[in-house]
Design a protein around this ligand. Structure first.
Ligand code: ZN
Length: 175
């Protein structure tokens, strides 16, 4: 199991680690909504010039909003943690643009998820499958912008990153 490997790595990490007191307030007053894609790990932060303690990073499958969870985290970031600017950062070649709802439905039933529950579900919507990475960023920006819980004085920008070149492209620039 990976657990053993992680705990071993952690024991080595702790030996070398020099504790330092840090604020939980993001130093750049920034929140980022992005994808859980493994290729963004340890990459997107560098590409954006974000260091430890600088920003709130909210990740999920496909940087989409399908329930209240992202808005909840952004509201906490804005009202409790001093965030003044939000960026939605998608990426090309996103796994959620290639997901096959039919396959997921079959896999769920194979693994014992109740057949009736799975059949009644709009799997594409539930899992947050996307059709186009750029459009999806714009839609997520619109959902945040349209939320009654996010104040209008907080700019919400939309960006997309190329995983192979590291370049960010601005899709929505809020003033
Ligand atoms: Zn993705």
């Amino acid at each position: 199991m990976m657990l053993d490997e992680v705990l071993k790595a952690n024991a080595n990490f702790v030996k070398e680690f020099e504790p330092k007191k840090m604020s939980h307030m993001p130093q750049k007053k920034l929140a980022v909504v992005t994808c859980m894609d493994t290729r963004l790990t340890g990459f997107l932060e560098h590409a954006m010039g974000i260091g430890r303690g600088d920003a709130k990073i909210i990740k999920n499958a496909g940087n989409t909003i399908v329930d209240r969870d992202v808005i909840r985290s952004l509201a906490a970031a804005v009202y409790a943690l001093g965030v003044e600017e939000i960026m939605v950062v998608g990426h090309y070649d996103c796994g959620m643009a290639n997901v096959d709802p039919g396959k997921i439905r079959a896999a769920m039933m194979d693994r014992g998820v109740d057949q009736k529950t799975v059949t009644e579900l709009d799997l594409k919507e539930w899992i947050g499958a996307i059709d186009d990475e750029e459009k999806n960023v714009v839609q997520t920006v619109e959902k945040i912008r349209g939320s009654q819980f996010i104040p209008s004085d907080v700019p919400v920008h939309g960006l997309i990153i190329d995983l192979y070149q590291g370049k960010l492209k601005v899709l929505v620039e809020d003033k």
